[in-house]
Structure formats: C-alpha cells, structure tokens
Design a protein around this ligand. Structure first.
Ligand SMILES: [Mg+2]
Length: 374
C-alpha cells in the first residue's frame, strides 16, 4: 500500500542577532520556519526555510501550511513532482504565482524528499544524482554594518580565509550611500586582504540599473572578480543580456527566481552564466534539479544560494555544481548550534557531503524550542 501523508505541522522560531545590511535590505532577527510531514508508516520528514530572511511578516507561514494541508492529507509524499505542480503552478489563480507561499511549499517538498530518503535509506544528495562527494564553498559576508570600515572588512575576510579555511569569499556592493568609489575601495581592500590567489566574489543584491551595473562591471574587471552577483532587477532579462554581453566578468543570478520559467528566460537571454538556484525558493528539489540539468545542457554552472545544509545535497548532486554558499557563525551566533552535524570547511576550503539518509542534517530542537514564536 502506498505511503500516505497523515499530518503536517508548522513551527516558527525567531532569535536576536546583530542586524546586517547588504545595501538593499536590512536583516534583523534570525528566523527559521520548520515544517514536519507525518505519514501512516511511522516515518516523518522535515523541511525548513527562512534561515536568512529579511524582516517580513512571520505569521503567514502557518496559514499557508494549513491551506496546503487540506490538499495534502492522504497524498503520497514520494510523488514530489506531482505535489509541486498541484500546490504551485495550479494554485496561481488562488495564491498568486510565487512568494512567501511557495517558500512554504518548498519546505513541504523538502520534507517529502526527506521522507523518501529515510524510506530508501539514501541521502537526498544521492537520490538527486550524487555526482560529487565534496564541493568547494565560499564564505558569504562582507556586509555593510555600522562602524565597519575597510580595516574591519579586511579583518573579517582574513578570518574567513585563515580560520574558516575559505578559498573564496564574497562581499556586498551597492549601498547607495557608499557609491561606486567607496565600493571599489572595498573591493581593493578585500583583494589586498586575501591576496591574489584566492577568489573574490561580489554581490549587489539587485541594487543597480543597467548603466550603473555596466559602470561597476567595467571597474571591477581590474580586480579579478570571480563573479558579479545579482547586478540588476531580477526580471529585467533584457538588461541582463546587455550587461552579460558587455563584460568579461561572470554574471551570476537566480537566488530570487521562483520558477523554472524564470531560469529558462534568463538562459534564453544569455543573461548569466552562473545560476544561484535556491531549493527553498524555486521551490523544492524537483524544480531545483530541473534548473541544474537545464543549465548543464547549456554549459552553465550552478552555485546555490541560501541555507547551506539544504543546498549542499543539490550542488553536490550535479557535475555542474560549482560552489556552495556558506554563512559563517559570525553572521548569526546561534546558527552554528542549530544543525547536526555541524557543517565546516575542510582545510582545503571544500565541504564534504554527509551521506546520512534524507537531508543529512538534523535540527537542534532543544535550542530552537527556546525561541518558538508560532
Ligand atoms: Mg546573493
């Protein structure tokens, strides 16, 4: 008899951490929304989202879980592709095409994949293809912060390289109050700190219009920048095309694409060559894997954005998985206690995929339960 979903629960958690901003958005408290999918065969799966969410309404998540639940009880959780379609595209008229609700859907689909892994005794990584056992990681950081000057930025990057073993680091650009001159000084300082052998990535979080992005790209060609991430508004595909054709830099984009069609359109426009697909946004592993395969056919690479514990099974599953984004404990002290096993960079800057059944990581509910808000 086929396995059936019997119950789905929603839990929201929130904790204080130092505020940070990327030039476009302020990131306040740390947050996590956890979905648990129960079945009639004693196996349950977990999924989550919102780990790095900017300030936004917190109480919608449970409402969407409750809404989806009415369609899911009695369904087979192993039919993730069917469920993604049924609760995603087929709800467009009711819920809108994408947004917070499809982020919740992603957590549900991830939980269903966790169930499949536990049932088959396999990691999601191996179920998705398992092409790589280890993947190089880069440390996300270089945020703007109050009283953070060039020296503090350099100290942070040196720490990422020397203590956390990073061979690639990222910094933010695009704060309107910084402007191009200050941002170039930040890039210069970053390059000076890490030396010429390591990789420097920059991320504008959609801050620029086309002329500004082109101006930045031209300047950044002098600093051996590994990639220029999210230069433009996400759906301005024509601008992506023009920018990408105009620069020798690698343009990366996709962390805010919610559908396969978004990626298809970006690729058709030759708008980027590095896709930052996020399994908690696009939504779930079925769509994320389809994006990765589509990229592979076109000779493009993926470097997933977001929660490293959930993106690692994806990036390591495919041979065109280039880099894993890694948020260090310095961005959020509590975060390092939230997941088992603790994911760390090996001495060569790579991370090793855990081959436990399912996601491969458990949540530390003893700690999380102290911060439950819904
Ligand atoms: Mg980004």
């Amino acid at each position: 008899m086929a396995i059936k979903i019997t119950q789905i629960t929603s839990q929201s958690f929130e904790w204080e951490r130092p505020g940070i901003w990327n030039g476009m958005h302020f990131y306040g408290p740390g947050r996590l929304h956890v979905v648990t999918v129960y079945t009639d065969q004693g196996i349950h799966g977990i999924g989550w989202n919102g780990g790095t969410a900017a300030v936004r309404p917190n109480n919608f998540s449970k409402l969407f879980v409750d809404y989806y639940k009415s369609f899911l009880i009695g369904e087979n959780p192993l039919e993730t592709e069917k469920l993604t379609l049924k609760l995603g595209e087929k709800q467009n008229k009711i819920l809108g095409s994408a947004g917070l609700h499809t982020q919740v859907l992603a957590a549900i689909i991830i939980a269903c994949w966790d169930i499949r892994g536990k049932m088959e005794g396999k990691s999601i990584h191996s179920l998705l293809g398992g092409k790589q056992k280890r993947v190089r990681a880069y440390i996300a950081g270089g945020y703007y912060a109050k009283d953070k000057g060039l020296e503090e930025l350099k100290e942070e990057l040196l720490y990422n390289v020397n203590t956390l073993n990073a061979t690639a680091v990222k910094i933010k650009i695009g704060d309107p109050s910084a402007g191009i001159d200050m941002d170039m000084k930040r890039i210069e300082a970053a390059r000076e700190a890490i030396g010429s052998d390591l990789d420097l990535l920059v991320d504008a979080n959609c801050a620029f219009d086309l002329p500004t992005a082109m101006e930045y790209a031209k300047e950044m060609e002098n600093y051996n920048v590994y990639w220029f991430e999210e230069p433009l508004a996400i759906h301005d595909f024509k601008a992506h095309k023009t920018l990408n054709a105009s620069t020798s830099l690698t343009i990366s984009a996709g962390e805010n694409y919610y559908t396969l069609a978004d990626f298809e359109t970006l690729i058709e426009n030759k708008g980027a060559s590095m896709l930052n697909v996020d399994a908690t946004i696009c939504p779930g592993y079925d769509v994320a894997l389809a994006v990765a395969k589509m990229a592979e056919e076109k000779g493009l690479k993926i470097a997933p954005h977001g929660c490293q514990e959930l993106q690692l099974p994806l990036v390591a599953a495919v041979s065109n998985g280039e880099l894993l984004e890694y948020y260090p404990p310095e961005v959020d002290e509590l975060r390092k206690e939230l997941f088992f096993p603790k994911l760390k960079l090996d001495s060569d800057g790579y991370v090793t995929v855990p081959e436990r059944p399912g996601i491969g990581f458990d949540l530390n509910m003893d700690i999380l339960n102290r911060y439950r808000v819904g």
